[in-house]
Design a protein around this ligand. Structure first.
Ligand code: SAM
Length: 281
């Protein structure tokens, strides 16, 4: 049963990390002219209304975009400026009320030669996707189970691609399920760049994801993480991280710079940032 709705959480500290790093990865991949396929497997609705009762219920955006928005005109690393510009483009009134999610960010980055597929199974979320984006030759929207879609859409005809896995982890078994589906996808599409987001929660179930992937034999898995410590005591999720399989070489410096900027601005540097291999080359 799908009950998770991202609007309750949109714009929080984890969204900041995931969207900025995602932008860094795609930008680095686009240094090559060759076409690529982007797959947003757990897309949600693409754009979130931060004035909605859902978003205002816990105001999680105060821990993320709300904190950094006043800094949008200051000097910042390229990846941060790109992300601010994208939010500005969605809001003509100078606010961040229309908060772009992963599909919006990826759609804005498509070059003429690239394709994007976005998938969500939740009826309301999918309806949101359909209202925000028009299907086209370049953009396909799927109301479909992401785990099934991974098998169906990979490998892409372009032979180059980035798969973004951002599940809700509603079900505890999802950490292992994600690992297993990546292991399966990787067998068919070894060259793919896989970007996996995970939350840091007291139960520490993300370690199950790590263990499964370490055992799989897959190499080149980068881990980056921001533990915000006790900066956001009202939230159970005290931080989040991302695993990047086959990280583009050019993205490493950008991601490291983004990670440190985020830590500095969200926690005044009191959080713990980690950047290193989970499994080296
Ligand atoms: C964390 S949200 C995604 C947020 C989005 N990636 C962003 O950054 O804006 C997770 C989404 O996955 C969807 N979802 C959960 N299980 C799914 C499944 N098996 N197949 C497709 N979508 C699923 C949920 O409906 C939810 O909208």
């Amino acid at each position: 049963m799908l009950s998770y709705q991202h609007t309750y959480h949109a714009g929080n500290h984890a969204d900041l990390l995931k969207h900025i790093i995602l932008g860094d990865v795609v930008t680095a991949m686009q240094q090559k002219e060759t076409p690529m396929f982007l797959f947003d497997a757990f897309a949600s609705r693409g754009i979130y209304d931060l004035h909605s009762p859902e978003a205002l219920k816990n105001r999680e955006f105060d821990t993320g975009i709300g904190k950094v928005w006043p800094l949008r005109h200051a000097n910042a690393p390229t990846g941060i400026t790109r992300w601010f510009k994208h939010i500005e483009a969605e809001n003509s009134d100078g606010s961040f009320a229309r908060f772009p999610g992963s599909t919006s960010l990826l759609a804005s980055m498509l070059r003429a030669q690239d394709r994007l597929a976005a998938c969500d199974l939740h009826p309301q979320e999918f309806e949101g996707l359909r209202n925000s984006f028009k299907s086209s030759r370049q953009l396909a929207l799927h109301k479909r189970d992401a785990f099934e879609a991974l098998g169906a859409l990979l490998p892409p005809k372009e032979k180059r691609g980035m798969v973004f896995l951002d599940p809700s982890y509603e079900d505890k078994s999802e950490y292992k399920k994600i690992a297993q589906s990546i292991i399966h996808s990787h067998q068919h599409f070894r060259a793919g760049v896989y970007v996996i987001w995970y939350p840091l929660l007291p139960a520490e179930r993300h370690k199950e994801l790590f263990q499964e992937l370490k055992r799989s034999g897959i190499r080149k898995i980068l881990r980056l993480e921001l533990d915000c410590g006790d900066n956001f005591p009202d939230m159970q999720m005290h931080g989040s991280g991302m695993l990047i399989i086959n990280p583009p070489w050019h993205a490493k410096q950008a991601m490291q710079t983004s990670l440190h900027w985020i830590n500095e601005k969200l926690t005044a540097g009191s959080g713990t940032a980690y950047f290193g291999w989970l499994v080296p080359e």
